[in-house]
Write a protein that binds this ligand. Sequence first.
Ligand code: FES
Ligand code: FE
Length: 347
Amino acid sequence: MLYKGEWNPNELDYRALAGQWHVVCLSTDVGADQPKAVRLLGEELVLWRDDQGKVNAWKDYCGHRGAKLSLGCVKQGQIECPYHGWRYSSQGECTLVPAHPERKGPSSQRLIFRHFAEERYGYIWVSLEKPLRPLPELPQWHDDSFRKVFAGPYLYNANALRSLENFIDASHFPFVHANLNGLPDAPEPLKRYNVKEDEHGLHSSEICVFQPYGDHRGIPVNARYTYSVLNPTTAYFVKKTGETERFCTFFNATPVDESQCVIWLIVAINFGQDLTLEQILSRQNIVFEQDRRIVESQRPARLPLDPHAEMHVVSDRMGIEYRRWIRALGEAASTNQQSQVIESVSI
Ligand code: FES
Ligand code: FE
């Protein structure tokens, strides 16, 4: 079921995102007793844990008089509304009306809105509609030879899809990340690369670039990137910066609404055991602040899905395929939505 947020739910980009997993916060942001408010695709949601510790993601709304459940608390594994103290089970049943404790609560079926929530990699993931794809995988998560560092969150006043496209774009390095990821006075031409699609998403072949400060050691490297888009708001790269050195980044952009997103990163590296957390984070912070300035400036705010709306060149292949893929996901979701409407009308 759809709820009207700021983002028009009939637009293709919204449709492409409504039935997909998105990181919304860290697992540790939701304690046992305290609900947490988040926004996703313009919807105000409340996250809370039941008595099994399982996270629930509901519309932040009490069906009695419309108060925000996130202002309430969790008692005995149920969420309590802050206004008149009504309690709800994780199944969405009203179990207690304190003004009439002897009576069964009214049916809350049509007035409590439950979404889909999971936890993985220290994040809480939410899908507003039934998820159409599995949770994305970070291949190095269980590999102890890789040190994992959480970076961000970075708040961008920019659309999540614009931010993701920036993450998979290799030709901006010499300009946006001058003297870090490229040389502004000697920008390298990019060699032609391929993009293939499989059930896990989109994957580029290797893209090679010289970088004067190519990884957290602060040394020049001939970097070889392989990018993947694993979900509409999740992407990943493996960057080879030496014979065996690997610098991987798992990127997630929460689509808060059409013009705001939050970037969450897990960096996985198999070198530089002596590097401090500060050294690793400082490079990440610099790079993502540099990207912010550009991505926030892009107009229109939303990623154009019409291929004629902007100019393209061969090195934009990954972005072009990403836009095509988002469009296809949006069209498939719209068709699915229409057939559900027709079915329900014909019943
Ligand atoms: Fe929630 Fe009254 S508004 S109990
Ligand atoms: Fe960048």
